[in-house]
Design a protein around this ligand. Structure first.
Ligand SMILES: Cc1cc2nc3c(=O)[nH]c(=O)nc-3n(C[C@H](O)[C@H](O)[C@H](O)COP(=O)(O)O)c2cc1C
Length: 281
């Protein structure tokens, strides 16, 4: 395991999955591995494939959306190169509260390509949804105030399991973990409602274009100076959470500072900026 090269490919909308990926990488580095967190927005498929070829093991990380993986990560996984020799893989997900089998449900697709998932671990992190989804959902989400030290401890535990080659799989039984129930409804509503929730307050928008630059799937264009939303949204929340004018509306409602504080969720630590996930190093 010593000096083993381990690329950790992650997608992060608002910083939680970035932060956990860095924690895991640091813990692995302390244990003698050459772990490198990589935002999938900063590599081409070809570059990723080259790194995977050199790797002793591969890590994958994504935020949970309705017990599901973001579409951009699903596409990345579908494009993973086939490997021989059962290359080990770990998957970590970040979530506000619960996902059932969120880290393990794509195992068939992944294992068919020759990887062996030996670790699939859930990390509870702060909730990044600040849209007014009705008071019941809002209250439930407010109950879950994840603590970063707990996630950091779990990252250390995962790293230790990895170097000890001791498997750790959460949500192993897809059926009994009930992740499928949430995924069913999330997928059912995805095209008809979830991905089409955005609009803009034309009075507040200053046409700065930050939403356009931050969108991971190029779903936003400025038309006559105002953002126009296509139908490829992944619901990562970057446009909504990082608009400097709070001009993006969800379900035609503006951000509600009385309910959520002066600004939407901007990441787990103050040094995080979403631009860090997209700009080429
Ligand atoms: C569209 C959407 C759906 C979500 N669904 C869930 C969920 O099913 N379970 C959960 O615990 N958290 C859920 N969350 C919360 C995020 O998974 C969580 O805050 C995550 O850590 C965000 O990671 P990121 O900052 O790397 O984007 C959801 C967030 C979004 C935006």
């Amino acid at each position: 395991m010593t000096e083993a090269f381990i690329p950790i490919f992650y997608f992060s909308g608002t910083g939680n999955t970035w932060w956990v990926g860095n924690q895991i990488a640091e813990e692995l580095q302390e244990r003698g591995c050459q772990a490198q967190p990589i935002s999938i927005e900063q590599v081409t498929d070809d570059e990723a494939h080259e790194l995977i070829e050199k790797a002793a093991m591969v890590g994958i990380g994504y935020p949970i959306y309705g017990s599901d993986a973001p579409l951009i990560m699903q596409a990345f996984i579908e494009n993973l190169p086939a490997v021989t020799g059962q290359k080990p893989m770990f998957i970590y997900v970040t979530q506000a509260a619960w996902s059932g089998d969120g880290a393990y449900f794509m195992r068939k697709l992944i294992e068919a390509k020759g990887y062996q998932i030996r670790w699939a671990v859930h990390f509870n992190m702060p909730n990044n949804i600040n849209a007014d989804l009705g008071w019941i959902i809002t209250m439930i989400l407010k109950l879950f105030q994840a603590k970063l030290p707990h996630a950091a401890e779990r990252a250390a535990k995962l790293a230790q399991h990895i170097v000890d080659n001791q498997p750790w799989i959460m949500g192993k039984s897809s059926f009994l973990s009930f992740g499928w129930t949430q995924r069913f409804f999330f997928r059912k509503g995805f095209d008809s409602s979830h991905k089409n929730i955005w609009s803009v307050d034309a009075e507040k928008c200053t046409s700065c274009g930050r939403c356009v630059r931050l969108c991971p799937v190029d779903n936003i264009t400025l038309v006559d100076g105002l953002p126009q939303f296509g139908d490829q949204c992944n619901i990562c929340l970057r446009c909504y959470n990082y608009c400097p004018e709070l001009a993006i509306l969800a379900y035609k409602r503006p951000y509600n500072p009385q309910m959520f504080g002066t600004q939407p969720y901007q990441g787990p630590v103050s040094e995080f900026k979403p631009e860090m996930l997209i700009e080429k190093k």
